[in-house]
Every structure is written in structure tokens, then in C-alpha cells.
Unconditional design. Structure first.
Length: 177
């Protein structure tokens, strides 16, 4: 019989090298993920700071204009050129205290109704009192939709409409993280 101890020793050395190589590769992947994670967190924190700053500016802007809202019930009895403008001003007092964040409202509405266009969502937000005028509604809804799509809570369809995220989209998002 042949002595196979040297063959076994060679095999053990080879396996030890493979183990070390896999551990090194694992450490490299973990480091890469850590760097990507920190970079993503920095991006999100910067975006959060920007949105917070915008919210503060908007709050100051809205805070400077409470007098027209307080006087809004008085001008309503006066003749106005269109009754629609009076109805557009009525939701404005609700805008100071909407029942839920705009992103949550949009996601909930799409879950209830299904796919909706940007204009439909803008009209809904104005009806619910999130915005007083169409320009701010357009800006706010567009920015919120982009962030909610980016977060993976909804998706944009090829025709431009927005729809709730599918289970498959959610699974893909979780795997990507």
C-alpha cells in the first residue's frame, strides 16, 4: 500500500487556501457593501435635510399668510366672478393640518383606486386640502411621486400613470437592499 499522508497534507493545504480566499472575498464584499450603505445613507440624509429645509420654508411662507385664510369666510358672501375659486379656497384651511402625510395619502389612494394619472392625483390632493393652488399642487405632487417611486412604494407605468407597487417589485427592492 501507498502512503497517502503527503497527498492528504497537500489537499488540506489547498482547502485552507480556498477557505482563506473565500474569507478574503467575503471581507471585500462586506467592505464594499458597507461603503455603498454609508454612501446611500449620506445621500438620503442630504435629501432629507433638503426636504426638511423646504418644509421649513413652506411653513414660513404659509405662516406669513394666515390672515387671508382667517378672512376667507368674510369674502365668500361678497360676489365673486366664479364659485369655483371660492371652493378652491375652502380646502386651504385644511392644508394646515392634513390628516396624513402627502406620500402616505397618495400611496393609500392608489391602493384603493388603482392606477392614476399625475393630474388625477393633483386634483385629489387639492380636494383634500393639501394644496391651495394648482401650481404648488403640481410641484408638491411631482416631487412626492418621484420620492415615493424611488422608495419603491409605487411604480410608474409606461403610459405615465402611477400604480401601487406589485409584490414582485417589493421583493426586488428588498433583494437590492
Amino acid at each position: 500500500m501507498r502512503d497517502i499522508r503527503s497527498d492528504l497534507q497537500d489537499r488540506a493545504s489547498l482547502l485552507e487556501e480556498q477557505i482563506n480566499a473565500h474569507e478574503a472575498q467575503f471581507d471585500k464584499i462586506v467592505e464594499q457593501l458597507r461603503v455603498e450603505h454609508e454612501g446611500r445613507l449620506e445621500d438620503l440624509k442630504a435629501e432629507f435635510a433638503a426636504v426638511t429645509k423646504l418644509m421649513e420654508l413652506e411653513q414660513r411662507r404659509i405662516g406669513n399668510a394666515p390672515a387671508p385664510k382667517a378672512h376667507a369666510p368674510q369674502p365668500q358672501p361678497q360676489p365673486q366672478p366664479a364659485h369655483q375659486s371660492a371652493h378652491q379656497h375652502q380646502p386651504a384651511p385644511q392644508a394646515s393640518q392634513p390628516p396624513q402625510p402627502l406620500a402616505d395619502f397618495l400611496v393609500r389612494k392608489m391602493s384603493e383606486v388603482g392606477a392614476m394619472s399625475r393630474d388625477d392625483l393633483r386634483r385629489l390632493t387639492m380636494q383634500e386640502g393639501y394644496f391651495a393652488d394648482p401650481e404648488s399642487a403640481e410641484r408638491g405632487v411631482t416631487a412626492t411621486l418621484l420620492n415615493v417611486v424611488k422608495a419603491g412604494l409605487i411604480r410608474q407605468l409606461p403610459n405615465g400613470n402611477f400604480a401601487p407597487a406589485t409584490v414582485l417589485d417589493t421583493i426586488r427592492l428588498r433583494r437590492a437592499m
